[in-house]
Design a protein around this ligand. Sequence first.
Ligand SMILES: NC(=O)c1ccc[n+]([C@@H]2O[C@H](COP(=O)([O-])OP(=O)(O)OC[C@H]3O[C@@H](n4cnc5c(N)ncnc54)[C@H](OP(=O)(O)O)[C@@H]3O)[C@@H](O)[C@H]2O)c1
Length: 260
Amino acid sequence: MQKTQNVMDLFRLDGKRALITGGAKGLGKIMATAFAQAGASVAINSRNISECQATAEEIAKSTGRKAIAVAADVSISSDVDRLVHEAEAGIGPIDILVNSAGINIRGPINELSDADWDAVLDINLKAPFLLARRLGPAMCERGWGRIIHLGSILSNIGIAGRSPYSSSKTGLLGLTRVLALEWATKGVTVNALCPGPFGTDMNKPLLNNPQQYAAFVAKIPMGRWGELHEITGPALFLASEASAFMTGAALYVDGGWTAQ
Ligand SMILES: NC(=O)c1ccc[n+]([C@@H]2O[C@H](COP(=O)([O-])OP(=O)(O)OC[C@H]3O[C@@H](n4cnc5c(N)ncnc54)[C@H](OP(=O)(O)O)[C@@H]3O)[C@@H](O)[C@H]2O)c1
């Protein structure tokens, strides 16, 4: 028998608790704000406590929801343990994990160091592994959970000068699919949200270079970069009951770039 339900209720996050890594700014911040608007309590993480606190205060003030700040380096296992402990002490067991913390180090491969490779892979790929390993089993025990990995168009296509970043984001799709299978019967979904270009601090080098900016626009069928708020609908969909039968998938929010 099918439940009678108003479809809009499927997108509500009332009573849910979300941890957003890299939530102090950029896409993480706007997703955290959207989740709080939908009813969730949120824990905001980055390595910068004052930025986390400012964002948490702004979200609490504008939404009336609980929002706390926890500084931690998510590429370090012991920091991840402390982050989860402090986040759960502050808002309760985490139901929704968004792995948005990320970095990009650009350059042709002959100009990249071992340390460049390790930094990008540790933050973009190892950290989601550490967080999912820490939080997924408890979500399974409670019978409900949402894990969202921030992939990229570079999970699907290549751009010269992006070898560590593209490798990390392609690897994230593998992690997404495997965890989706491990937890498929437990009420815990694992999906990747893959943005095209958005005007955040990460993209300052492109935003400050008119030629590179225009070259990106030329690649996007919609003819423009994404507006920050345009990530929130797809993120809320993946975070909520609305996406209950979707796991192991990659959702591209890229103005059509990867449709070509
Ligand atoms: N913007 C885009 O166009 C775009 C496109 C495709 C995919 N993405 C992905 O979307 C995610 C968010 O990107 P964004 O554009 O919002 O970037 P952003 O504005 O640069 O924000 C990244 C956030 O991650 C935090 N962070 C970085 N390393 C961390 C670490 N080791 N531990 C904890 N926090 C860390 C940063 O804070 P601190 O440095 O202060 O710790 C910052 O708050 C990333 O995974 C990115 O790869 C973005």
